[in-house]
Design a protein around this ligand. Sequence first.
Ligand code: ARG
Length: 462
Amino acid sequence: MKLWGGRFESGPSEVFERFSNSLHFDRRLLAVDVRGSQAFARSLTRAGVLAEAECATLCEAFDAIRADAEGENAAAFFAGADDEDVHSFVIHKLKLRVGALADKIHTGRSRNEQVSLDTRLWLREECDRTRELVKSLMGELLELAAKYPNAVIPGYTHLRRAQPVLWPHYLLAYFEMLARDYDRLGDARRRVNVMPLGSGALAGSGFPHDREAIARDLGFASITANSMDVSADRDFALDYLYAASVVMIHLSRLAEDWILYSSEEFGWMELGDGVTSGSSLMPQKKNPDSLELIRGKSGRVIGALNSLLFTMKGLPMTYNRDMQEDKEPLFEAADQANGCLEMACCVAESVVLHPDVPFAAAEESWVVATDLAEALARNGTAFHQAHQIVGRLVLDSLRNGKKPADWSAEALAAFAPEFTADVARLLDPREGMKTREIAGGTGPGVVAAALAAARVRLSEMA
Ligand code: ARG
């Protein structure tokens, strides 16, 4: 069924119908379309357009349509539908149920406001789902941190061993990224949660809707302020896509870390059998496919953001059919982001760290060099001089195959008089961390406190 036609002498070509039809993907909005239409019927009733009894009949029919669409025979319900989009489909089904009364439901309503409403209703729930999953992963990271509270790993810059850090400190870095993701998704949700109905096609409805009442009915925090903006705006979808893209960048980086750390070359950790795959040819392989797929799928979500950015760029005011292209990227991004978060939770739960391996990596390299240089500086040597002295110590050690532990306090003092006895203790990577009891640092005291604070923050997250 078409929601238009009077001014046409002939119908659309088969090619154009096939080309422009969106029902195969926007049917996903059916439940929210029904919900929005029921609220619209109630508003038309308050405005004196529909009688109470008509409203009740329509709302019941909408319920039945939703039940059909979600029931066992859903496939048959949609089969053969040639409606342009989900909005037309629902009204078509309404007409089959209630006859001529169905012709009143679209009084003064445009699909431009309707699609904005539906997308907002759908996306509001999706924001909540993504936020819940972000929270779950934050919880998993805290558990994984608490399993190895004292484990020491080399922290990296340029993928070169840099300075020793605590394992929980490393995981708390991701906790912070995800906390910001949670916030960003909350910001997106706030901009999604604004009620557009009553805007008409672009100029505002010609019927006296109480728009605040519609907002209350559908649980929106406020109403949109400009009808042209409603028809033209997809910022709220872009906000979600951006927030989801940043989530995916974080997941992708975590995945990359753990692909490396679980490799034979690093050997720090083992991923569970349940999240890894074997090779069809090489019997020994245990591949980190779950993490590789997370890393791979991040491209699809970032692609979805770009897709809608490019779609919106340069569209004249207000609605243009181009905007129908918003839905597939949006659905895709939400599905992928949620799926990847769920997968990441399982992987995190499965990780077994072998703390002695990263500790050995820290011990055998010169990650304590900064600790030594800072100690010299604390004892009065200018930092640049201290840096030079320790640099020479590292060069000498590398030439002679010496690790930090191979140096005695006496040998150090002989190398340079600035190396007093108290400095030698910093050859142990655990010792230098104790000098970093600064807010946000890797000192064992502040890390333990940060872990405890993170638990509280997580429990208090709205
Ligand atoms: N299927 C359309 C979309 O998603 C609904 C709005 C159609 N409006 C219109 N004026 N053709 O954008």
